[in-house]
Design a protein around this ligand. Sequence first.
Ligand SMILES: [Fe+2]
Length: 478
Amino acid sequence: MKSLLFQLILTSFVLLNSDNNVNAGVTSVFIRKEYPSKDIPLDDEAFAVPTGHNVPQQVHMTQGDYDGKAVIISWVTADEPEASKVQYGTSKGKYEFTAEGKMTNYTFYKYKSGYIHHVLVDDLEYDTKYYYKIGTGDSAREFWFQTPPKIGPDVPYKFGIIGDLGQTYNSLSTLQHYMESGAETVLFVGDLSYADRYQYNDVGIRWDSWGRFVEKSTAYQPWIWSAGNHEIEYFPYMDEVVPFRSYLQRYPTPHLACKSSSPMWYAIRRASAHIIVLSSYSPFVKYTPQWEWLREELKRVDREKTPWLIVLMHIPIYNSNDVHFMEGESMRAVFEEWFVHHKVDIVFAGHVHAYERSYRISNIRYNVSSGDRYPVPDKSAPVYVTVGDGGNQEGLAGRFSDPQPEYSAFREASYGHSTLEIRNRTHAFYHWNRNDDGKKVPTDSFVLHNQYWSSSSRRRKLKKQHLRSALGRMIASY
Ligand SMILES: [Fe+2]
């Protein structure tokens, strides 16, 4: 009887922690303490300008190619133009190589940006620590980064996921907790600085302060960017009648490496993951460039090499918060069928300032004339995660629809970040961390089973491969 009870408890635990089940979801009863969601004042040390004439500031990097053997390093010098040059090498203080790039600047209203430098550093070795130096003379600064291992089906890797960060004390807490997580690359789901909440010259000034704010992470590891609504600056009262994107001047992406016509949507492969970045605020209906590109990119995905297929976007497709409810419906109507057909593992979005995770569900049988009108459990569908809870000045989105829809597995209005720790081709550990708990408490976590390799025929194939290589090792040891 006791063992029967134990089995029952074990079965319920496995069911509750699997990503495929559909039970009534959980609306967390946790009440977030009310901290002010005000931006940190400009004279705070979080935004400190490094001392020195023309010293590099706002240093950040992103992946620079398709497979992770390049980075784009960017920074700003405020005082005068100078060469966009990165010196780098594999031992500290010994910079055998030099890469040169481009410098740009822009004017927005009466704000004049500093000199923005972008340098592609390519032909790097995989899985190697590089040290680099930017700036000249006494103003030079030194940093380092680690390249990812060569792409392969069982390469472990840990990603962090952050969205809607802004520059408040809550944002600072998210950033600090993320940096304690041990994750190696950030998947950023849009809405970076919230500089567009300011007016006149303060818009540019708050882009600069945000660049300095995140530098403690972005100078040392790539952040994979996607853009949100706060990356569009449209201010007719300031005579800025053409929508402007400071974001594009400051945060380049490797879109040409994946044949994308725009830096707003692109893909990279890193370790065992194929990551697709979509633009919620660019055209995506049938025959638009983003639609055409995604159709081709999905064909290029090779799950034998990169088993994990991850999609980033800003507006969530499944969201049961009152805020931004149904805003993702147009993209769902266009792309959801592809996500299911190609067995996307997980879709990360931001925009809603709360946390939510879905079960594996789809609504692809719905059409305006007939068909099911509600999402249904679907083993081929991705898990949808909304992690727009970085901590910006707009505060939390505290009101969820009641009752909780069946597709919603867990939701809570707190600040935080997520991590996705890929172990091998079949399993990854997902974890959402609310700011209040520090780094050690997994508030929401589950084991993500790979969509491609969890099919029974592929599992059998994999078991045979493991058996064969184990036998091979045994024979070789005799
Ligand atoms: Fe947003």
